[in-house]
Design a protein around this ligand. Structure first.
Ligand SMILES: *Cc1c(COP(=O)(O)O)cnc(C)c1O
Length: 232
């Protein structure tokens, strides 16, 4: 199947899931996860009207950013981010999904102020409690939101999570609903400068459950670009 056909099919699935959930497709942004994939494939997806692209590795994001500079693209840093890699992507990533510590947020804040921008970020939450997963625990979240709200070089827009491989539809939905509830709890704290408008959740195998649970950003790689030759 071509990328064009894949995207058409995916948009159909997205619409059906939105309809089932009683939601407007306009409120759900499809991010094409292009990690490990060549620029020619990104070009094809762009020609199909895709605007949002996700990458795991900061250097890969930066090099693809340069290759497509001037085009109508929003880049998303969705993979784990180390402090020493922050400089590669601040100002290039429209949204950094994977902030999981205050020290990382402080580094982003510093780099953003240095180039006089405000960097949009999400906090990654480890809902499943699996040790292999990055992200803060739900318990740590309120304090981290308060601390991040003090950093004027970043703007907190919401939360991100990754579900568990092999979960059923219902298990995924239950996990994503926990992130949704958490975002409402944070919202009710009315922390200055903290927004909970975005929920980044759902990938190729679980995005329908995520849409039902309130996802505003879904991150889909395999269903658009096919299998990756290595799994990152
Ligand atoms: C790779 C990746 C995705 C996309 O996964 P697919 O199963 O290929 O859709 C989404 N989110 C994150 C954080 C990823 O690392």
């Amino acid at each position: 199947m071509s990328i064009d056909e894949n995207i058409k099919m995916l948009r159909d699935r997205l619409s059906r899931a939105a309809e089932k959930a009683g939601r407007d497709t306009k409120d759900i942004t499809l991010i094409a996860v292009s990690k490990t994939k060549p620029n020619e494939m990104i070009r094809e997806a762009l020609d199909c009207g895709m605007v949002d692209f996700g990458e795991n590795k900061p250097q890969e994001l930066a090099s693809k950013y340069s290759a497509f500079e001037g085009e109508d693209i929003r880049w998303h840093q969705i993979g784990t981010l180390q402090k020493n890699k922050v400089r590669h992507i601040v100002g290039k990533a429209s949204l950094i999904h994977s902030v999981d510590s205050l020290s990382l947020a402080i580094e982003i804040d510093k780099r953003a102020k240095a180039i006089d921008i405000v960097q949009d970020i999400l906090i990654q939450v480890n809902i499943s409690g699996e040790e292999s997963k990055s992200g803060v625990t739900p318990d740590e979240l309120p304090a981290l939101c308060r601390e991040i709200s003090e950093l004027k070089g970043v703007s907190l827009k919401g939360l991100m999570t990754i579900s568990v491989r092999d979960y059923s539809y219902d298990e995924n939905k239950a996990l994503f609903e926990k992130l949704y509830k958490l975002s409402k709890e944070i919202e009710s704290l009315n922390i200055n400068r903290v927004k909970m408008d975005e929920l980044s959740m759902g990938m190729t195998n679980d995005f329908e459950a995520a849409i039902e649970a309130g996802a505003t950003l879904i991150r889909v790689g395999t269903a658009i670009f096919g299998e990756r030759s290595y799994n990152i």
